[in-house]
Design a binder for this molecule. Structure first.
Ligand SMILES: [Zn+2]
Length: 861
């Protein structure tokens, strides 16, 4: 296995002979604020046993320079034992002491130890991010999840800084301009879960206490941190409230005391993902510190992430998958718990399951229809496979299937199984059967068949109602047809809806049943008058695509907006969210013309009371317009959507979330001169909408609209940056510049990202987002050929995080033509030996493109 990769077999062989007793890691980042210093000193001492004395093995390390290697008192020549990715360990003894001193590189890609300089005040901030295998960029180790050990971190940092790690600090030693922080040993954890955060972070401290069943008190110090310049926007109270609600809830449900001492939550800059569950030191993307007004959906999403990471303290950190095949064992659970706990813990976010049905599942459906989809329990051959598997299957489909499992075995058996699993496997590693054993024991049900159907196969089933009625309009037979391979057992609810006098569509009947095989009759419905709407998978118990019979679809065309739960037509409704999700799937599948979908949005989005659902409608309408619409009709649709946005914006309650959402949607859809002029007026203060605060983030979204239509100059964008000279401002300006409709702007963005690796991850993302704009097809068309030519070089030379962004971001997805499809196929057929992970990404882009072409064809008929 060449280079930086590590195969499952190598990991298995290594785990068979090695048992790690402890790590001691010292990092010297005292000169981190000096941008001329590309590296820091890393010293690792590993004590470990080898079951086969005399055997050879290796440690992992990605470092520009190894200073010294000492094994059992014997100095080894780095030039001989270090190849850039591994340190060969020749002739191991029964017990071994390995010390590796290296110069490791500060990262600009968010992988390893990331260094960031705040443009607002010049301060330097560091944090680590490792999953799946980047701890080896910071210290020598055995980088695989099943070689757990206690870690003792010592960090030498500038005297004015604070340092956070997984455990509490034991002592701080002053050394003039620097201080050395020594942390307590952790409990046994995996390398990818270790963490260090260092810098002049702003911190808010709090405390959680709880009486345990045995009468002792559990004390958990809490901290929440962010960059100093973000402190005025930091609503730590809200974050800590959700944190305490979550700690109450998980203690009550999991009945296993939080095992990692203290709980820090660090909001860090230029973070690649949402958050990471490092025990005792969770890292979050700092965009969760809101510097402008956001909607309640953003707060809900943040609370979801806080609870997701907290669930990992048990699912993932206390009990960890043996290898990345079973990544779902932690991610599916955490994803499920993120929603479940929002309701269960009594947070103020009551729409969790609506959001889950509408947004989270959309991610799963998309991923599960790619040719590259995989079972929830995946086949992960190596680290590149692992990196790509943090996907819609592992997270959202896995969570959906767990929701189905709760419906199948019952809530009590599910949680009793989880409790038994934690007790049995605490600080250990597990595979699928360990979990099934625990759940079978508590539920008394055989879960092997369930697991085979749901966890070990891929693909999504479609459920369609089939209704036959008599001459009097009474149901003769209502059945649910199941399509897709394999057919699966589903626990579902079928809802029947009728129109009330006020036009609302209300549920009159609900039948809960097990669906199995191709066709299942809903016997209880016979004899009832034919309803206006049949909704299969009402209440969203299972994971499937929902279809409608003809009559139901006609009802939705005129009445979707009136679909309501008991709480009334103005309340958020799960049934309505499910209907929106179903019509979106019909559109994506080329079964509903894009114009019909957009017509539903035009008619009913204005009535959608759940702002999260509304915002996903906006996103989907944007996508529909960009890639699913008949190109000949695109301009007409865009105008209609912008007019709709304008109308709703003027009618929304002043200062409301809905008003903000519509303002953003107007910026997304504005193309006509008068609409763009309106945005400009809002920016320069000559225009005003009652209650709408045009704050900094909204200003940037207006500038992006103006820039991409050639109505903003580089000077104006520079002036806006002057006004907002922050990290966020720099990213936004970079995006706006890349979005300018000129060949020069496109060339500059391409060169900055593809031809150079100078930019940090966050600016790479901004440049790509600006480059690839749906309205600029002619300008970006010349880059399709260079894109395919660059792919393999990019994959070989760039870090995987950046390579993934380039491959996905520069794919000519707005060139929705048969020619682009042919070029993609040509690349795939002539590169059978390209890295499998790279081929997977290109195959997924190809599938999106083919789907767009089918949808366009449907819309053109
Ligand atoms: Zn997670």
């Amino acid at each position: 296995m060449p280079g930086k990769n590590l195969s499952r077999e190598e990991a298995r062989d290594r785990a068979a002979i090695i048992r790690v007793e402890s790590y001691r890691v010292h990092l010297d980042v005292s000169a981190a604020a000096d941008p001329g210093r590309p590296t820091f000193r890393s010293t690792t001492r590993i004590s470990f046993d080898c079951a086969e004395p005399g055997a050879t093995s290796f440690a992992d390390l990605l470092a520009p320079e190894v200073v010294s290697v000492e094994l059992n008192g014997l100095a080894l020549d780095p030039a001989e034992v270090f190849d850039g990715a591994r340190v060969t360990l020749p002739v191991l003894a029964a017990h071994n002491e390995l010390t590796v001193v290296a110069e490791c590189a500060y990262s600009r890609t968010g992988e390893g130890l990331h260094r960031f300089v705040d443009p607002a005040d010049g301060e330097t901030y560091l944090y680590t991010h490792y999953e799946p295998a980047d701890a080896r960029r910071v210290f020598a180790n055995f980088e695989q999840p099943d070689l757990k050990a206690p870690f003792t971190f010592t960090v030498t940092a500038p005297a004015a800084w604070d340092v956070y790690a997984n455990a509490v600090q034991e002592r701080i030693t002053d050394e003039g301009a620097a201080r050395t922080w020594e942390f307590a040993p952790t409990r046994p954890i995996s390398t990818y879960l270790t963490a260090v955060v260092a810098g002049p972070y702003h911190v808010v401290r709090d405390h959680y206490t709880r009486e345990l069943p045995d009468g002792t008190r559990l004390e958990i110090p809490l901290a929440a941190t962010c960059r100093r310049s973000l402190a005025p926007h930091f609503d730590a109270d809200e974050i800590l409230t959700v944190t305490k609600q979550g700690l109450d809830f998980f203690h009550q449900e999991f009945d296993y005391p939080y095992p990692f001492g203290k709980y820090d939550q660090c909001f860090v800059p230029e973070y690649n993902i949402g958050a990471m569950e490092n025990p005792g030191c969770v890292t979050f993307r700092e965009e969760f510190v809101f510097r402008s007004k956001v909607t309640e959906a953003a707060y809900e999403s943040r609370a979801n992430v806080i609870l997701h990471e907290m669930a990992h303290m048990w699912f993932g950190d206390l009990v960890t998958m043996k290898w990345w095949d079973d990544l779902w064992l932690k991610e599916s659970f955490a994803d499920f718990m993120g929603s479940y706990a929002q309701i269960g813990a009594g947070t103020r976010y009551r729409s969790a399951w609506i959001t889950f049905a509408n947004r989270r599942k959309a991610w799963a459906y998309r991923q599960d229809q790619f040719p590259t989809t995989h079972p929830i329990t995946a086949d992960i051959r190596d680290l590149e496979d692992a990196k790509l598997n943090f996907d819609g299957i592992t997270y959202a489909k896995g969570a959906s299937v767990l929701k189905q499992l709760v419906a199948y075995v019952g809530r009590d058996a599910f949680f009793e199984g989880a409790r038994a699993y934690f007790r049995k496997h605490a600080f250990g590693n597990t595979v699928l059967t360990d979990l099934l054993d625990a759940l079978e024991e508590t539920s008394g049900r055989d879960l092997r068949a369930w697991s085979a159907a749901w966890l070990q196969t891929s693909g999504v089933n479609t459920l369609t109602p089939e209704l036959v009625h008599d001459a009097e309009g009474r149901i003769t037979e209502l059945a649910v047809r199941q399509d897709g391979t394999p057919l699966r057992p589903h626990r579902i609810a079928v809802g029947l809806y009728d129109l009330a006098e006020d036009g609302a569509l209300l549920r009159t009947d609900r039948y809960e049943l097990d669906v199995a095989g191709e066709r299942t009759v809903v016997a209880a419905a016979a004899g009832r008058p034919v309803p206006a709407l049949v909704l299969v998978n009402d209440d969203d118990l299972t994971y499937c695509k929902v279809r409608f019979d003809e009559r139901s679809l006609e009802t939705l065309r005129t009445g979707l907006g009136g679909l309501a739960d008991e709480a009334g037509p103005d309340a958020p409704s799960l049934a309505r969210a499910l209907a929106w999700s179903a019509v979106w799937n019909l559109t994506r599948d080329g079964l509903m013309p894009t114009r019909d979908y957009l017509d539903l949005v035009l008619r009913f989005a204005g009535r959608e009371s759940d702002v999260g659902v509304l915002q996903s409608l906006h996103q989907q309408a944007d996508s529909a317009l960009a890639v699913y619409a008949d190109p000949a009709r695109r301009a007409e649709y865009a105008t209609a959507l912008a007019e709709c946005a304008l109308r709703e914006l003027s009618q929304a309650a002043p200062g409301s979330d809905h008003q903000l959402a519509w303002a953003r949607f107007l910026a997304d859809t504005a193309e006509r001169a008068d609409h763009l002029q309106l945005l400009r007026g809002l920016l320069d203060g000559t225009g005003r909408i009652d209650g709408l605060t045009v704050d900094q983030e909204l200003r940037w979204s207006f500038w992006l609209a103006l820039a991409s239509h050639g109505r903003a100059s580089a000077e104006e964008l520079a002036a806006e940056l002057e006004r907002d000279n922050t990290a966020g401002g720099r990213r936004q300006r970079a995006q706006c510049l890349a979005a300018l409709p000129t060949p020069e702007a496109k060339a500059a963005a391409w060169a900055a990202v593809v031809d150079s690796d100078e930019l940090p991850n966050a600016l790479v993302e901004a440049e790509i987002a600006g480059f690839n704009r749906p309205g600029q097809r002619e300008l970006t068309a010349p880059y399709a050929a260079p894109y395919f030519e660059a792919l393999e070089t990019v994959w070989a030379e760039r870090s995987i995080e950046i390579a993934m962004r380039i491959v996905g971001g520069f794919f000519p997805r707005y060139q929705t033509t048969p020619e682009t499809l042919a070029a993609t196929d040509a690349w795939l057929s002539t590169r059978p030996d390209a890295a499998p992970a790279l081929r997977r990404l290109v195959l997924e882009c190809r599938d999106d493109l083919a789907r767009a072409l089918r949808a366009q064809e449907c819309d053109a008929q």
